[in-house]
Write a protein that binds this ligand. Structure first.
Ligand code: GCB
Length: 602
């Protein structure tokens, strides 16, 4: 396997995970590509019979061979051609009733013809596969990838023929104690090729990646780097923003790498004016265009400054759950619907929990003017002392930053959600923070942490945010469930907050379950009235929380979770959505809308 080389990662983090994950080309949508989306033949393989022999040794004749009996006597106990199909992109759980709870291996196969053109390199690109993917082309193993939410790619130049190619992918979504995330989450473990697959064409020496953003702290200097891949590594490359009349020409080094730094008078990107510029990157052997926005983001004292101006982040948390149909969201339409509902609530910000969402979501946020908190899948009780677990988390985070580093909408990288305080955990997360800062010096670092109660009495509930991880972050995030897991809704009235850091705080979760259309009194669990009650007390309390510069209540839309079984009510949905799966607004939606109107007026 030829590994595609990604510059900054190689400089800053180890890429040598067991199983050789490959890294992806930047801005794949701008390339000429053959889509491999559509119907793939699939074999459900709970015992991994297509991978191991009966002594549990990797088999030489696994399903990746895509074999057919040569005569009537040959024994072959599988057949892709007569096996059922699944749609790609798409999770398997929501496509076939008997795969609803399935966790294990499914083999995917897609055949294709391709007119091979000399001088063209070919890259087999996967938007994401949850959780572990082993990829084969024409019976040959290309490599594997771990982590369900980030893209990966393999160079396949010279391996593709004119007729009858077949890609086989073993996708395994078994949860693992040492995985990232680990065995315990509160969302559906949607398995499969959940994002698109494409065969991308590129010239022999192509623009593999680039980072083009405003320089940290400057409104009128663009800085970054460009990286070529191929035999003609040293070239002149110009980066231009024609509309702004700005450009620079650099010469790449023997590794194909050059840094950029040039002045540009740019209209800043913001939620009010999400201005995107056509940026042209022109090498001697390749050219790529991308729409990029330019803005600054800083934390100063307890303020968050966008383009130099203090702001309140009127947000909501969002899962990658597909509106209307349920399942893993992936499309532009899904993104527009979710972001549209958030905007209707008055949001200028979304927290994309609890893992990197699909690229359509981030690109729509860029277009629609919605600021983004992007999160790593480091959730709850990761195996903090396991080095492989760290490398896995580190790789997933690096791939997420690599994919989205040119998106103006993203202002915050979050390294973790609600992780229990301990020395190994804080060391693990601090290392991740340092890694992201090295990879992307322009954005702010955060994490959703917890608060701690001190001496609660019936009259007073003093709480403190003093997680030691806070020292490593620019912006503090805090999840709290006052009124749901923690007391009744009015506990918020007697709660007082102490923040141990002079840093901005985002209340990254609060909420309550409500079944849309279930009515009762304001103390009856699962009614819209109870949820409304919680939100009414919450917004009053938020006004008293020191350092508060944003909120992202839990959660925009109801989402599937195996932890939520209550029959007739939850039926495997977490019902903390402010809207139902079908977009019906619950009463609490209007409480938040009102709160955000008041914040907008400020
Ligand atoms: C949390 C988690 C979130 C859950 C939520 C809940 O604290 O961060 O993933 O879904 O609570 O509904 O309990």
């Amino acid at each position: 396997m030829t590994k595609i080389y990604l510059p900054l990662l190689a400089l800053t983090v180890s890429m040598s995970l067991p199983g050789e994950p490959a890294t992806a080309i930047a801005n794949p949508g701008a390339r000429h590509a053959i889509s491999l989306d559509g119907k793939w033949r699939t074999i459900v393989d709970p015992y991994e019979n297509g991978y191991y022999d009966y002594r549990l040794q990797p088999s030489k004749d696994g399903y990746f061979r895509n074999a057919k009996p040569r005569d009537k006597s040959e024994l072959i106990e599988y057949d892709f051609d007569s096996s059922p199909t699944l749609d790609v992109p798409g999770d398997w759980n929501s496509q076939r009733e008997n795969l609803f709870f399935y966790e294990g291996t499914i083999w995917y196969r897609r055949s294709f013809d391709y007119q091979v053109r000399p001088g063209t390199r070919l890259i087999l690109y996967f938007g994401a596969a949850n959780y572990e993917a082993i990829v084969y082309l024409n019976g040959e193993k290309l490599g594997m990838h771990t982590g369900g939410f980030t893209p990966f790619a393999f160079e396949v130049t010279g391996k593709v023929r004119d007729k009858d190619n077949f890609v086989v992918v073993k996708v395994d979504n078994k949860r693992r104690r040492d995985g990232v995330p680990t065995v315990n989450t509160d969302w559906w473990n949607y398995g499969g090729l959940t994002r698109g697959v494409a065969l991308i064409e590129a010239p022999e020496t192509y623009i593999h990646d680039y980072f083009v953003q405003l320089k940290k702290g400057s409104q009128n200097t663009v800085a970054g780097w460009v990286k070529l891949n191929g035999p003609r590594a040293a070239q002149r490359v110009s980066v231009g923003i024609p509309e702004a009349g700005a450009s620079v020409t650099v010469t790449t080094d023997v590794n194909g790498y050059a840094t950029l730094n040039f002045p540009a008078q740019l209209t800043p990107w913001s939620p009010d004016n999400p201005k995107l510029y056509d940026v042209a990157i022109t090498a001697e052997t390749d050219v790529v265009h991308e729409l990029i926005g330019f803005r600054t983001i800083e934390a100063r004292g307890t303020e968050i400054l966008l383009n130099g101006k203090p702001m309140f982040l009127r947000g909501v948390s969002v899962h990658e759950e597909a509106p209307f149909r349920a399942g893993r969201a992936f499309s532009v339409e899904d993104a527009r619907t979710l972001l549209g509902w958030a905007k209707e609530m008055g949001c200028n910000f979304v927290r994309l929990a609890h893992y990197p969402h699909n690229e359509n979501m981030i690109r729509e946020a860029d277009r629609m003017g919605v600021l983004v908190w992007s999160e790593s899948p480091v959730y709850w009780t990761i195996d903090w002392e396991n080095k492989d677990t760290f490398s896995n988390a580190s790789n997933q985070v690096a791939e997420s930053v690599a994919r989205d580093k040119n998106r103006a909408s993203i202002i915050l990288w979050s390294v973790a959600n609600e992780t229990p305080v301990s020395a190994p955990r804080t060391a693990f997360l601090t290392k991740l923070v340092e890694q992201v800062r090295a990879q992307d010096p322009t954005r702010l670092l955060t994490a959703a942490m917890e608060h701690h109660s001190e001496r609660a009495t019936p009259e007073a509930n003093p709480v403190v945010i003093n997680d030691p991880l806070g020292a490593a972050l620019d912006v503090l995030g805090c999840n709290e469930y006052l009124g749901w897991y923690d007391g009744m809704p009015d506990i918020a009235d007697i709660t007082t907050w102490t923040i141990a850091y002079r840093k901005p705080l985002i209340m990254s979760e609060f909420g309550a379950d409500a079944l849309y259309g279930l009515h009762g009194d304001a103390m009856a669990r699962f009614t819209e009235e109870y949820q409304e009650n919680v939100f009414q007390h919450q917004v009053k309390m938020l006004g008293r929380v020191p350092n508060l510069r944003g909120s992202t209540p839990w959660v925009l839309m109801d989402f599937r979770s195996p932890r939520r079984s209550l029959p007739g009510i939850q039926d495997y949905f977490n019902l903390k959505g402010l809207v139902s799966l079908h977009g019906e607004k619950k009463k609490a939606f209007f409480v938040m809308q009102e709160f955000y109107r008041s914040k907008q007026a400020n």
